[in-house]
Every structure is written in structure tokens, then in C-alpha cells.
Design a protein around this ligand. Structure first.
Ligand code: 13P
Length: 251
């Protein structure tokens, strides 16, 4: 009942030519896949180029971040309206790299969530604990704070399209993937918090993706977990064949 989502976060990689080569290879390798929603998130500068290359495919386009104002004197920022104009249907919000290096907080995540939903962009809201937090027994506390903070003051009917990505910081780019047990436990907890805030119906309909060292050889096992509805893939999304294998995890 929850359609799986496999999303590729390209982070700070790929110029125009490189992006075109990747998307062309990917599109040919995932042709005919209909049972999985596929999303790619390139850097801002190549969004329109990638959008053009995606025409005739079912692959959706996402940004990696967004600002909460529609327009104004905010040098360097990009608004939901501009992302829609560039061809995006989705945007990542609150990635741990933005929390870590660019002072993103639950409050700024919340502003971005509200602006995106208001503007018609589907947010992929990232949450996840650091290694210290996990070892200190604070995982659930951190996740709950991030969910409640990021989704504060949003009614259930507005939150419906939101995709949540659980990305334990210690598993990102480290090759140290969470075990299926660790991931499932966190996902079930996240769904429980969503149910507490928005009701069981909304929680059961929300896709919760796992992110952190997802590769072709661990995707199938993770995707088999009851509360894991997809993957947010970093490194392995930068190559057409590996990302396509993850998309085709069930074949
Ligand atoms: P890796 O797949 O490279 O660990 O990155 C995960 C991630 O941060 C996706 O947003």
C-alpha cells in the first residue's frame, strides 16, 4: 500500500555534462520500472538540464535544499517557487550535512517544510542521530525531537505527501550500514511518533526511507523490513548501474 521510493542524493557532485551522462545511463537502465518511485536530487545548477533529460521518463526531480521565503533580498537562496519553475517536484530538507555544516536546526527545517508544502513541493525531511547520541542511548529522544520540531504546527492533511528519511549520521558515507534490526527499530519508532501526532492513517500512509551506505548488496534486505519504504542513496547514486541495481532491488 506504500509505494517504495528510491531517491538519489547527488550531493556536491556532477557538472552539466556529467549529470547528463549519468541521467541518460540511469534512464535506460530503469526503463520499464513502474513499481518503484524514482527520484534524483542534483545540484541547483543542473536542475533544468536534468529536467529536460528526464522528459519521457517517470523519474522525478528533487532539489537538495530550499529557502522558506518566496523572494526578496536573500542572497544565495532559492525558493520553492523557483524550484518548481526549474522542474522540481520534491526537495530534500534538513539533511544531516546541512545540520552539521550549515547550522540547520529543527526550527529552520520547520520553516522550510511549511514553505515547501505551501508552495506545492514535496519535502523529503531527513532526521537521524549521531554516533555519540546513539552510544549515549539518545537515539529515540533525538528522532522524536527532530520529527516534532520539523513538523510543528502542520495539520495532518498538509503533512500527507511528506516523505521522511531516517539517516543515522554514523552510517552516511562511512560504509557502515545500520543493521536491518537497527533500521527497522528506528523506522517503527518514527511511524509511532507520526501516529501520535497525526493519527494512525497518516502514519501508515507516510513513506519512511532509510539512508546511510545503501548499496546494491544491502538494499533488498533493508527494503524487506516492514517499516522501510525506500532508500535515500548518496554515493551509490552517482553511478547509473549501481543506482539502477538499487532501484531494481526486488528483481
Ligand atoms: P551514502 O549513501 O553515501 O552513505 O549517503 C547517504 C546520504 O546522505 C543520502 O542523503
Amino acid at each position: 500500500m506504500r509505494k517504495p521510493v528510491i531517491a538519489g542524493n547527488w550531493k556536491l557532485f556532477k557538472t552539466k555534462d556529467e549529470a547528463l551522462a549519468l541521467i541518460t545511463e540511469l534512464a535506460s537502465k530503469v526503463k520499464g520500472v513502474t513499481q518503484v518511485e524514482i527520484i534524483v536530487a542534483p545540484v541547483f545548477t543542473v536542475l533544468p538540464t536534468v529536467k529536460t533529460a528526464l522528459s519521457g521518463t517517470d523519474i522525478a526531480l528533487s532539489a537538495q535544499d530550499v529557502f522558506w521565503e518566496e523572494e526578496g533580498a536573500f542572497t544565495g537562496e532559492v525558493s520553492p517557487r523557483m524550484l518548481l519553475d526549474a522542474g522540481c517536484s520534491h526537495t530534500i530538507i534538513g539533511h544531516s550535512e546541512r545540520r552539521q555544516y550549515f547550522s540547520e536546526t529543527d526550527e529552520t527545517v520547520n520553516k522550510k517544510m511549511k514553505a515547501s508544502l505551501k508552495g506545492g513541493l514535496i519535502p523529503i525531511m531527513c532526521i537521524g542521530e549521531t554516533l555519540d547520541e546513539r552510544e549515549g542511548g539518545k537515539t529515540f529522544e533525538v528522532l522524536e525531537r527532530q520529527i516534532r520540531g520539523g513538523l510543528a504546527d502542520l495539520p495532518a492533511e498538509v503533512v500527507k505527501p511528506v516523505i521522511v528519511a531516517y539517516e543515522p549520521v554514523w552510517a552516511i558515507g562511512t560504509g557502515k550500514v545500520a543493521t536491518e534490526g537497527q533500521a527497522q527499530e528506528a523506522h517503527a519508532f518514527i511511524r509511532g511518533v507520526l501516529a501520535d501526532i497525526f493519527g494512525r492513517g497518516t502514519a501508515d500512509a507516510t513513506r519512511i526511507l532509510y539512508g546511510g551506505s545503501v548499496k546494491p548488496d544491502n538494499a533488498k534486505g533493508l527494503m524487506a523490513c516492514a517499516d522501510i519504504d525506500g532508500a535515500l542513496v548518496g554515493g551509490a547514486s552517482l553511478k547509473g548501474d549501481t543506482f539502477a541495481s538499487i532501484v531494481r532491488y526486488n528483481e
